[in-house]
Write a protein that binds this ligand. Structure first.
Ligand code: 2HA
Ligand code: ZN
Length: 275
């Protein structure tokens, strides 16, 4: 099969374009990675090269040794992915030590995989283990309302989780584990990767203070839908806070428990505190 026609590549390209049209990817902002299934990589193997040098990831991901990923390129713009995927995204392979990667396809005009490769791969390693191999997509975006909230809410998991849950009845069903918050850190390196992947052991969503958001999911629909739901909820909260300083009514802890019972989700009691 032609790599560019493979359904997983088409799904990846569509998600980049959808994210751009949501206004989550100004300039070269954001990055996306997909852990490719063995039958998918097998179906495109004629187009994979073994000639490029191994390069250090900058962290160790032994749980991903031998795996292949489709990832956006460092400095590349999401808005250009649909026009020229081969110049803006790439397939990378992780070596048998989990310390190095090499480019097997793409970035035809040169370049490197996303500057957030350490965060993506450490999150993949954690989510692969935590989900029994089901999670395959890690998505980083810069949605304006989530970022805005990091200036006005305390940077605590329990505050972000509870406020975002209250903004739409679907939210506790879509992200029942809640939302983790990473304080401000320099992006692109191992430290922020470690902090994020620590939160990802428990959550599918991590907010990066004054920067953006990371989401993890099983496929492109679920992961894009998760970012979309969190950002929509943040938008409602920004509107509510703009209209008046306090809510006249909201969803109460008892109502969250009723919802959890009917929708068969478990909501941690620590997020159902009385206010
Ligand atoms: O520019 O979003 O976090 C890509 C990024 C870095
Ligand atoms: Zn970013």
């Amino acid at each position: 099969m032609k790599l560019l026609e493979a359904p997983f590549v088409q799904g990846f390209i569509r998600m980049c374009d959808d994210g751009f049209h949501q206004n989550w990817h100004e300039r070269n902002g954001g990055n996306l990675s997909y852990r490719i299934k063995s039958e998918e990589i097998e179906s495109v193997k004629e187009e994979l090269s073994r000639d490029k040098p191994w390069q250090p990831i900058g962290t160790g991901v032994p749980g991903l040794k031998g795996e292949y990923f489709l990832v956006t390129g460092s400095g590349k713009y999401f808005r250009n992915v649909i026009l020229d995927p081969a110049a803006n995204i790439c397939v990378v392979e992780v070596d048998e030590t989990g310390e190095n990667y090499r480019i097997c396809w793409g970035l035809v005009d040169g370049g490197r995989p996303t500057s957030e490769l350490p965060s993506h791969l450490m999150n993949h390693e954690v989510k692969k283990a935590a989900s029994g191999g089901r999670h395959r997509v890690i998505y980083h975006a810069h949605p304006a309302n989530i970022i805005a909230l990091t200036f006005v809410l305390p940077l605590e998991d329990k505050v972000f989780t509870r406020e975002l849950w209250e903004m739409a009845t679907e939210c506790p069903v879509v992200f029942p584990a809640g939302v983790g918050v990473v304080g401000w850190m320099v992006p692109g390196g191992r430290d922020i990767a470690v902090a994020t992947s620590e939160l990802m052991k428990r959550y599918d969503v991590a907010v990066w203070t004054h920067h953006g958001c990371f989401c993890s999911g099983e496929d492109f629909d679920l992961t894009f839908g998760l970012m979309h739901t969190v950002e929509k909820s943040a938008e409602i909260l920004v509107k509510v806070m703009s209209i008046r300083p306090d809510k006249l009514q909201t969803i109460r802890p008892r109502e969250f428990r009723d919802l959890a019972a009917d929708f068969h989700v478990t909501l941690p009691e620590e997020f159902l505190f009385e206010k």
